[in-house]
Design a protein around this ligand. Structure first.
Ligand code: FES
Ligand code: FES
Length: 189
């Protein structure tokens, strides 16, 4: 059997475009951004995901990666105050912007944020894999608009998956963080 070759001019047959070398200069970009309040400059490949940039280049492993396709929300971070999936965002898209990860919520020498305290008090976790994503997603909700209603908080929680808890304590923690009634209280009355 003969070797496959590139066809042109409308004739039928497989097309084998050349694969550019990965070290091609145009595939690299200089980016500068703020990460948890600190300026960061780096050279990144065009295709580098923001989640990989955070975890492998900056060693900010609090951002977790679950599905890698935008479904689970584990990789949520704040970009200019808006929640984004870092597995669906390229590192170059963070250029010139303000990025916050779960490590930026409260540093070791600082008191927990209201959101973190609520998750702590309500034990809104089991294995904890999903927790950074829930925290950053809810942090984004806290920064935008008026105080959310109970239904808006519930709606917001649907963007993150948890494999362990059944969501009961996560929901309680989220309600507490926003000063809303315990969702179980109505059932007890
Ligand atoms: S890892 Fe990004 S949404 Fe699941
Ligand atoms: S606590 Fe385990 S995935 Fe949510």
């Amino acid at each position: 059997m003969g070797a496959l070759h590139m066809s042109s001019g409308g004739s039928e047959g497989p097309i084998h475009p050349a694969t550019p070398p990965l070290s091609e200069p145009s595939a690299w970009h200089d980016i500068s951004l703020t990460v948890n309040g600190k300026p960061v400059s780096a050279q990144v490949e065009s295709r580098l995901l923001l989640s990989d940039f955070l975890r492998h280049r900056l060693r900010l492993t609090g951002t977790h990666v679950g599905c890698e396709q935008g479904s689970c929300g584990a990789c949520s971070v704040l970009l200019d105050g808006l929640t984004v999936r870092s597995c669906l965002t390229l590192a170059v898209q963070a250029n010139g912007r303000d990025l916050r990860t779960v490590e930026g919520l409260a540093r070791p020498d600082e008191p927990l944020t209201a959101l973190q305290q609520a998750f702590h008090e309500q034990h809104g976790m089991q294995c904890g894999f999903c927790t950074p994503g829930f925290l950053m997603s809810l942090a984004g909700l806290a920064e935008h608009g008026d105080a959310p209603s109970p239904d808006e908080v519930d709606e917001h929680l649907t963007g993150n998956f948890c494999r362990c808890t059944g969501y009961v304590n996560i929901r309680k923690a989220a309600r507490q963080a926003f000063g809303l009634p315990d969702p179980e209280a109505a059932n007890r009355d």
